[in-house]
Design a protein around this ligand. Structure first.
Ligand code: UD1
Length: 465
């Protein structure tokens, strides 16, 4: 951000630099475990201008890739983002016998020779989205054995709804020694259509069950289904593969099973979370920026909150132009789509840390998704916590500091805060960032940011003289 008045800063959280050795000051000190890890060094206070390009949606691409297990034909996906999670999903599918060919932003997947219905634990453990394999595998092969994905930094993330739904479709499901085994009894090995009511509108459960039901015998309804754009994207792909699906994007989805699905050539939707992150980058630096391609309906709640905070938003063909001058406090609560997305809660908090007035953010989706608060406080943000609520008093300016991204979106929040902060911010935890943002620093630099990726940190502390 362009600082209004750095003299009025009431920053008590960030220590004043004081030398503790010949070449090391307190503000340079990082946890020992993170020394030697790559990091982003951001010089803050640069306004952004121009146009920034949004990649294909990570969360869509991951589940669309799993859909290749439903057919013997080739599935070609375009607009696939170059991310480590996509590489991981390719490896998991490869381990099951899928032929995976990547070229530019396209990926071809052929599941004609699936040799296994059990992805290996080592690969599954590092990528939660690998659990998507269970639905298509059990639908096509009559059985699947997938390790429980376990929790992650933001919460426990159960798969109870996925399992309940598979049982409603006739699978016998057992969980032993951390592995979920789903078997379709009988000679046909075919699931049977059924009625599923989800207790919560889980995105992953809706997608898993929609895929499983495409090859089931008869009609399936999923009530209280997730309505996220990624669910609609999956439905569109499945329909292009020959599936019969109605109602995706509404709370009730109906799927009439077919005998077989065929290949398809399909482009992934733009990443609404990446787009939202760029809009917030413009807002936090009080800049004018064009972000494209964007599907404005995918970002409805986010655009509304940005406007409420004082930004001017214009839709122009394939993109959105944001003009941010002054930012006022707003309150927001994360909700399932079409509510405000939990994935943009941390990045929006960085913006509100610089707003005029006091804002409130309530995190309703994940129980442990406010760890970035402590890191923002290290940059001078004034935030109080009450359970799952953060009360944010905007400060005139954040100050650069060494910080750690505690999960994917928290890392993005740190980068945004660094763009606005006075001085230099060093963001570690890039293994999270690289899972969900394709060349974030390159894209932001192309519109005026000053971010360097450094790999050459010493692995041991220099000795004091
Ligand atoms: C997906 C997204 C993730 C996003 C999240 C919520 C992908 C790959 N990931 O995750 O980026 O943050 O949606 O929009 O698409 N729940 C249960 N029982 C279940 C399943 C879920 O209680 O059986 C709860 C979860 O604990 C959480 C909430 O439902 O509180 C939402 O989870 P869910 O929609 O399943 O998220 P994911 O599909 O894992």
């Amino acid at each position: 951000m362009i600082c209004v008045d750095s003299q009025t800063m009431t920053n008590t959280a960030v220590p004043t630099p004081s030398k503790i050795g010949p070449s090391l000051s307190l503000v340079d000190v990082a946890p020992l475990a993170s020394l030697g890890q790559p990091r982003l060094e951001i010089r803050g206070g640069r306004p952004l201008a121009g146009e920034i390009r949004v990649s294909g949606a990570k969360n869509s691409a991951l589940v669309l890739m799993a859909a290749c297990l439903l057919t013997r034909d080739t599935l070609r996906l375009r607009n696939v983002p170059p991310l480590t999670d996509i590489t991981g999903m390719g490896e998991i599918l490869g381990a099951l016998g899928v032929a995976v060919t990547r070229s530019g932003d396209s990926i071809e997947l052929n599941g004609d020779h699936i040799s296994k219905a059990a992805p290996p634990y080592e690969l599954v453990n590092s990528l939660r989205a690998s659990f998507f394999c269970i639905g298509p595998l059990v639908a096509r092969m009559g059985m699947a054995q997938v390790p429980l994905p376990g929790g992650c930094q933001i919460g426990s993330r159960p798969v109870v709804e996925h399992v309940k739904g598979l049982k409603a479709l006739g699978a016998q499901v057992t969980i032993e020694h951390g592995v979920v085994t789903a078997v379709v009894p009988g000679r046909s090995h075919r699931l049977t259509g059924g009625h599923i009511h989800l207790d919560c509108p889980s995105v992953g459960a809706t997608e898993t069950l929609m895929m499983a039901a495409t090859l089931a015998d008869g009609e399936t309804t999923i009530d209280n289904a997730a309505q996220e754009p990624e669910v609609i994207d999956l439905a569109r792909l499945l329909i292009a593969m020959g599936a019969k699906i109605r109602g995706a994007g509404s709370p009730t989805i109906t799927i009439v099973g077919v005998e077989r699905l065929h290949g398809a050539d399909y482009a992934v939707i733009p990443d609404r979370i990446e787009a939202g992150t760029f809009l917030l980058a413009a807002a936090i630096t009080r800049s004018v920026l064009r972000v494209a391609p964007v599907v404005p309906e995918h970002l409805g709640a986010v655009l509304t909150k940005l406007e409420e905070a004082g930004c001017r938003i214009e839709h122009d063909g394939l993109g959105v132009v944001i003009d941010a001058q002054r930012i006022s406090a707003v309150d927001l609560r994360t909700q399932p789509f079409p509510g405000f997305p939990t994935d943009l809660q941390a990045p929006f908090m960085s913006l509100l840390a610089t707003a005029e007035g006091t804002s409130m953010i309530v995190e309703n989706i994940f129980e442990n998704r406010l760890q970035h608060v402590a890191e923002l406080q290290r940059m001078g943000a004034s935030i109080r916590m009450q359970g799952n609520t953060a009360i944010i008093e905007g400060v005139a300016c954040l100050s650069g500091a060494p910080v750690h991204g505690t999960d994917l979106r928290a890392s993005a929040a740190m980068v945004l805060a660094g763009l606005a902060a006075e001085g230099t911010t060093t963001v570690r935890g890039l293994e999270f960032l690289d899972r969900g943002y394709a060349d974030l620093e390159g894209k932001l630099n192309s519109v005026g940011a000053e971010i360097r990726r450094l790999h050459d940190e010493p692995t041991s502390l220099p000795l004091a003289a």
